[in-house]
Design a protein around this ligand. Structure first.
Ligand SMILES: *Cc1c(COP(=O)(O)O)cnc(C)c1O
Length: 357
């Protein structure tokens, strides 16, 4: 039996992805070679790459004038690549927790960072309505805070180029891409297995690269755009798997359908948390993430947290232990999670409460 997987990343992936990738590892399109054995420059893989890029554009309705890249290094390398390429003197960062902080740390190597932060309330809300100085090179946001469980659901208007880390809520809702200069993330949360990074970059950004800075080739966006993500050997299997996710999302009704399902899953679990006398959510209601549902036990039951992780595990609900920096629980309900997965967890919560409260 397949378990109810709530891991934060790597995470649950769709059944067609697992099946089709397994088949391609044995034999790609019946050509007598595994996807692991073909040249990345041969026509069989080039077709996979081209289709993946086209599907990205289609599924997210990416307008003309943007390039789609698949790179190595994870979202974490983007934290450094972004300021390396674009930070001349000053950038604006919205600090919503661990991942934004890591991005800010790298940016400070290259220039001044002006910051708005939700740290005053332990990152339990998403900052809004902030004043951005006129002279910043770009604005950086993290749309979903994977660890604390906050998310912003609107595509904000800012004057400077807007750059978003969408690692953990990518293709979970329709996005107005035209408001962003760049969208990026690690694939391992909604898009596929770990090992490939997606970058959607507006082509005019390539003209905004800091002119008098020497940047190594592998860290230049322009080089990767020119080479169609093949400046070096790309992670071919991961890109194949990303294509399978995009095909699956499209067949399910696209990002509109993904958003509807995400709302249903999140509502089911948050309602169970809010109605419970044992569990509670530390996150401000309107900013609660649909992708990473963070909850804890009320003070008087705190010592039972480890017991509940075990209890849920016996019911095949795995990956619900909270991030080591926060404690409690986190159920990650990405695109491939089903209502049945969430129902199983809700039932485990109810039964545990009946037995222990
Ligand atoms: C997981 C995560 C990252 C880090 O991604 P890597 O691919 O491991 O570098 C960055 N940002 C967010 C929002 C994440 O959830």
């Amino acid at each position: 039996m397949r378990k109810h997987i709530f891991n934060a990343g790597p995470c649950k992936l769709s059944d067609p992805l697992l099946k089709n990738t397994a088949e391609a590892i044995l034999d790609l399109n019946g050509i007598g070679q595994s996807i692991l054995e073909v040249s990345h420059r041969g026509k069989d893989f080039q077709a996979v790459m081209d289709e993946t890029v086209e599907l990205m554009k289609e599924v997210l309705s990416i307008p003309e004038g943007y390039s789609v890249l698949f790179l190595g290094g994870g979202a974490s390398l983007q934290f450094a690549m972004i300021p390396y390429n674009f930070l001349k003197s000053k950038a604006f960062y919205v600090n919503t927790g661990t991942w934004s902080k890591k991005a800010i740390k790298e940016a400070k190597l290259f220039g001044e960072v002006v910051e708005v932060s939700s740290e005053d309330k332990n990152h339990t809300y998403y900052p809004k309505g902030f004043n951005i100085p006129d002279d910043v090179d770009y604005v950086h946001i993290t749309t979903n805070n994977t660890i604390r469980g906050t998310e912003i659901f609107e595509d904000i208007d800012v004057k400077a180029p807007l750059i978003a880390d969408m690692s953990s809520d990518f293709i979970s809702r329709p996005v107005d891409v035209s408001k962003y200069a760049m969208i990026y993330g690690g694939s391992q949360k909604n898009l596929g297995p770990a090992g490939v990074t997606f970058v959607i970059i507006r082509n005019d950004m390539l003209e905004k690269v800091v002119a008098d800075r020497k940047i190594p080739s592998m860290l230049q966006y322009g080089i990767h755009v020119e080479n169609g993500s093949m400046f070096n050997t790309p992670p071919v299997v991961n890109i194949f798997a990303v294509r399978e996710t995009l095909k699956w999302v499209k067949s399910m009704g696209g990002v509109v359908a993904m958003e509807k399902l995400a709302k249903e899953r999140a509502e089911l679990l948050y309602n169970a948390i809010d109605e419970s006398n044992m569990f509670e959510s530390p996150v401000q209601k309107e900013d609660r993430s649909r992708m990473n549902i963070v909850f804890v036990m009320k003070e008087q039951y705190k010592e039972k947290e480890a017991d509940f992780v075990k209890f849920a595990g016996e019911r095949n609900c795995v990956g619900i232990k909270g991030h080591r920096s926060v404690g409690g629980f986190r159920a990650s309900t990405y695109n491939a999670s089903t209502i049945e997965d969430v129902q199983a967890l809700v039932q485990a919560m109810k039964d545990f409460e009946t037995q222990n409260a």
